[in-house]
Ligand binder design. Structure first.
Ligand SMILES: [Zn+2]
Length: 402
């Protein structure tokens, strides 16, 4: 088995599962054997390959637990429309928005989509993301949803990055079901979910529960159908207004409730009582030019675990950078830098049920590591538009050097 040793680490910042908190080690080393971390400490034994970190900062790779990367083209035209005053909702009502992406996916070959998604994964990895959750949800018929999940599976097999697949047939109502939305919910529950489960190409099942999208009753049906077929629930909840979606997340034991810009106090209580992780997406609030960010302090005070993600998608948030999400989280959510790093590594891994294997630099975990070109943690959010990443180790291999 190949071994690699990182020496002269100035500062190592990671979650510590024994102490249950973030820890900072000075002047340390990491020994890696094969894909995994063998030891963390000083004066570790010899290795096949030695990498000198030159007294710089080292952190775990980012885990991005909410993205929509399977689409054909960007939607910069709509971005331009918004600059002239149209809202996201108005663009959607005018037949734009997600419909463009649906047509793109439905009319694309698998190989065309694979090449687009692969390019996006290259960029995620260069930005320090070593594991990324990827949703379907721009196909919205059985064939194109399965095609989207197949694309995720194919790229995952050939790419260094780890992609975690989520089925999201419940992303929006496709135009052909505009007048009979319950028939589309039937299609998701009776045809799509069983077929997705049969093929074993998704781990999670997500739905956009919001006034004007899927109602609480429709969302409940979709999440329960997924559970019957072994898919763990996630939910897009209370993004534009309080739609009681956070309450549903608690009721359905969803692993994560995402967005939550408009969550009620009652909804927050429900998340806390049922151990639902709040995945906050400040990039979307920023990209849509809105001023109301998710109530991080309230969530924290209620004892809700908070994760961070990009929400990368062609419409409401074309951001792939977790370092930039850290800047937004510190500035707008008022998170401390340590809390933000924890939310973007350990807690985000937990929201993907992967906190036993990734999300921190600890013995036995996968060696997914960022060597930064800076000395101090606070410089990550402080540098905002810089991405001072020196080297990325993925599954024990050096896969990127700037
Ligand atoms: Zn989303």
């Amino acid at each position: 088995m190949n071994s690699l040793k990182l020496i002269n680490i100035g500062q190592l910042v990671t979650y510590d599962s024994v102490k249950n908190e973030m820890v900072v080690f000075e002047n340390t080393e990491i020994a890696i054997e094969g894909n995994h971390i063998k030891e963390v400490g000083q004066n570790l034994g010899d290795a096949d390959q030695i990498f000198d970190c030159k007294n710089k900062l080292v952190t775990p790779g980012f885990v991005d637990p909410h993205t929509h990367p399977v689409f054909l083209d960007g939607r910069e035209n709509e971005f331009a429309m918004r600059l002239q005053g149209a809202t996201y909702e108005e663009i959607a009502e005018a037949g734009g928005g997600i419909v463009n992406s649906i047509n793109g996916v439905r009319n694309s070959s698998e190989s065309h989509l694979i090449s687009r998604v692969k390019t996006r994964m290259d960029r995620f990895l260069k930005l320090g993301t070593t594991t990324v959750e990827c949703k379907s949800g721009y196909g919205l018929n059985t064939e194109s949803e399965l095609k989207s999940l197949k694309v995720i599976d194919d790229v995952n097999k050939s790419h260094f990055i780890d992609m975690i697949p989520t089925f999201m047939g419940g992303h929006a109502f496709p135009p052909e079901f505009k007048n009979n939305p319950n028939d589309y919910v039937d299609l998701i529950c009776n045809e799509m979910i069983p077929e997705v489960a049969e093929q074993g190409i998704a781990e999670f099942n997500d739905v956009f529960c919001e006034n004007g999208y899927f109602t609480v009753d429709q969302s409940r049906r979709i999440l329960n159908a997924g559970k019957v077929h072994g898919l763990t629930s996630r939910i897009h909840a209370d993004e534009f207004e309080d739609s009681a979606a956070a309450k549903l997340a608690g009721e359905c034991y969803s692993i994560s409730a995402d967005h939550l810009m408009a969550v009620s106090d009652e909804g927050i209580q429900e998340l806390a009582e049922n151990g639902v992780i709040a995945t906050l997406l400040p990039g979307t609030t920023f990209f849509l030019g809105k001023s109301e960010y998710a109530p991080y302090q309230k969530l924290k005070e209620a004892g809700v675990d908070v994760a961070l993600a990009t929400d990368f998608n062609p419409g409401s948030c074309h951001i792939q950078s977790m370092p930039f999400i850290l800047s937004l989280s510190c500035i707008y959510l008022k998170m401390t830098v340590l809390d933000a790093i924890k939310a973007a590594t350990f807690t985000s891994a937990k929201s993907l049920l992967l906190n036993k294997t990734i999300g921190s630099i600890e013995i036995g975990k996968k060696a997914d590591i960022i060597v930064w070109d800076i000395e101090r943690l606070v410089q990550i959010p402080y540098l905002v538009s810089d991405h001072p990443i020196q080297t990325i180790v993925k599954s024990g291999e050096i896969v990127f050097t700037s």
